[in-house]
Design a protein around this ligand. Structure first.
Ligand code: ASP
Length: 582
């Protein structure tokens, strides 16, 4: 070993020991007679000291050559530090250096490699290997590692086995576009990268594996956001001979295990909320239940007073923002501007202030008497000081807009505390969604999801009203995982493809292997997959999953460090039998 200790290890007890350390020179301060260097490795930072009055001239001149990010090896004596630094674990000591070896030089890094850096996002992505030297990113990677190990521990204990599934496959219908890979030896034919291992894990159940999991890369060609990357990691799971309740229990168990082992937090039993209730109360199938501010529907008490917007609306619905009646006109206008943004899409907003002095003011005083308004106050269960915000319009867009507003008000009033965790299961999703554009049903989850068994007869007569045996795990408004009990009967699966507008021919071409497998004794089965990077982001308290991916893509799907995607040579194109149109 080139070192006796790491840079995060030495403490006051080590004073007077002779040690050797290796690492990168993070910060160099040369004050004439004294030089200090912060030496950094994965484990921490240790301060080195060079004193012109005591250190040999040769060592001093070597120390003066060292630049930021040089890799050095030193030997020296641990001494008590004159001005202690309580912010780092090694802050009580420093090393009086008497041997120094430059192991490698470094160009001046393009940004400072410290907790708070001066480098912009693009620059840091280009030099990601340098960004990864920074503690916040290193901590993210360590957190991910820990969650991964704990996930494996949990599954290992309860008889799950990890099985790898292939990466070069055929399309899996998870609702995104496939990334395609041309086959050189099968001219004109393509593989698809898996959007998930869905069909394979079901086949593993047919093979009798009973309990499968895999921490696996998935690929989806879709527009990117903070919580989406073209390649991401899932904790993918499947079980045989289980009911929905068994699955919820097993994977609630996994999440509780992770919270306990990684964050030291005991979670209570997860509430289970039907999809319809989630939409009615929170306007979203992934409600942030860290705070109440639930939706109050007002249709019954607001109609017939001559206010057309309300009278003609399919839904009039509001939230009570407690204690915020003191907001100024300007602040209320800002809220109105927010809901009118195209992404939110509301046409306007009505507010009602229940002032501290007991008076009630609204933006529609013209139409409603004080008696009318006090009925609203009762419906909202408001107390003096509360601010009520109301939207009206068609049911779905109005709920969606109010859900966004609820989250905004929750954030503004400090109710979305990063240190509070509020998990729940959302269940009883509709099986299908009607898509006006393609004029057909789409599977809300994917085509392998089982309808509720007591509704199977609707598959022919009224498929739009079928509910699915599907469930999502939501924590703090983030959908961390989702899955379903699967269809395991060939006839039902074939019908399902038909309802989804697949011709028999198409279904056969694409999923023949699965339909056929179902003829060889497929057990009842079900499963779930979790967004692993999202779990990391939740545990780490950030919104972006990028921080938990060592080498992520940017918002245009590019890896700007290795500069890809990139053109390929004509020879490669030829070998693949591909001609580009331009
Ligand atoms: N394959 C599904 C997904 O990726 C999860 C599942 O149904 O198990 O969302």
């Amino acid at each position: 070993m080139l070192r006796t200790h790491t840079c995060g290890e030495l403490r006051a007890e080590n004073v007077n020991e002779t040690v050797s350390l290796c690492g990168w020179a993070q910060k160099i301060r040369d004050k004439g007679g004294m030089i200090w260097i912060d030496l950094r490795d994965r484990y921490g930072i240790t301060q080195l000291i060079f004193d012109e009055s005591k250190t040999s001239a040769e060592i001093i001149s070597l120390a003066r050559i060292i630049g930021r990010e040089y890799v050095i090896q030193i030997e020296g004596k641990v001494i008590d530090r004159f001005s202690k630094n309580a912010n780092i674990p090694t802050g009580d000591i420093e090393i009086f250096v008497d041997k120094i070896l430059i192991l490698n030089k470094s160009k001046v890094p393009p940004f400072t490699i410290e907790d708070d850096t001066d480098g912009g996002e693009d620059l840091r992505m280009k030099y990601r290997y340098l960004d990864l030297r920074r503690k916040p990113l290193r901590d993210s990677m360590l957190l991910k590692h820990q969650i991964m190990q704990q996930t494996k521990n949990y599954f290992n204990k309860i008889n799950f086995i990890e099985v790898e599934t292939p990466i070069l496959i055929k399309s899996t219908p998870e609702g995104a576009r496939d990334f395609l890979v041309p086959s050189r030896i099968n001219s004109g034919q393509f593989y698809a990268l898996p959007q998930s291992p869905q069909t394979f894990k079901q086949l593993l159940m047919v093979s009798g594996f009973d309990r499968y999991f895999q921490i696996v890369k998935c690929f989806r060609d879709e527009d990117l956001r903070a919580d989406r990357q073209p390649e991401f990691t899932q904790i993918d799971c499947e079980m045989s001979f289980v009911t929905q309740e068994d699955i919820l229990e097993t994977f609630e168990g996994m999440m509780k295990h992770l919270f306990k082992k990684v964050k030291g937090i005991d979670l209570e039993k997860f509430p289970v909320m039907p999809y319809e209730e989630a939409l009615k109360k929170y306007g979203s199938d992934k409600p942030d239940t860290r705070f109440e501010m639930t939706f109050i529907e007002l249709n019954d008490i607001i109609v017939g007073k001559g206010f057309n917007v309300f009278d003609q609306a399919e839904l009039v619905v509001g939230i009570n923002v407690k204690g915020e009646a003191g907001r100024s006109r300007k602040q209320l206008d800002e809220i109105i501007d927010f809901v009118k943004r195209p992404q939110i899409g509301a046409k306007g907003l009505v507010y009602l202030k229940y002032n501290e002095d007991g008076t009630i003011r609204s933006s529609v005083d013209k139409f409603y008497t004080p008696e009318d308004l006090s009925k609203w106050v009762t419906a909202f269960d408001a107390t003096p000081g509360d601010l009520m915000l109301i939207l009206a319009g068609e049911i779905d867009p109005t709920r969606k807009a109010l859900s966004e507003l609820r989250l905004k008000m929750g954030s503004e009033t400090g109710l979305r505390d990063k240190n509070k965790y509020s998990p729940l299961w959302v269940v009883d999703f509709p099986l299908l969604e009607w898509d006006d554009e393609s004029n057909r049903f789409h599977a809300m989850h994917h085509p392998f999801t089982s309808p509720k068994l007591d509704q199977l007869n609707l598959l022919d007569s009224d498929p739009g009203n079928l509910n699915a045996n599907a469930y999502d795990m939501v924590i703090n408004g983030v959908e961390l995982g989702g899955g379903s009990i699967r269809i395991h009967d060939r006839e039902v699966q074939q019908k399902m493809f038909k309802v989804l507008g697949c011709t028999e021919e198409e279904a056969k071409n694409q999923f023949w292997f699965l339909l056929e497998a179902f003829e060889y004794g497929a057990p009842p089965h079900g499963g779930i997959a979790f967004g692993f990077d999202r779990i990391c982001a939740l545990f780490g308290g950030t919104d972006s999953i990028r921080d938990y991916i060592a080498f992520p893509k940017n918002n245009s799907g590019r890896d700007i460090m290795i500069d890809t995607p990139s053109p390929i040579s004509n020879d490669q194109l030829k070998e693949l039998h591909i001609k580009l149109s331009e």
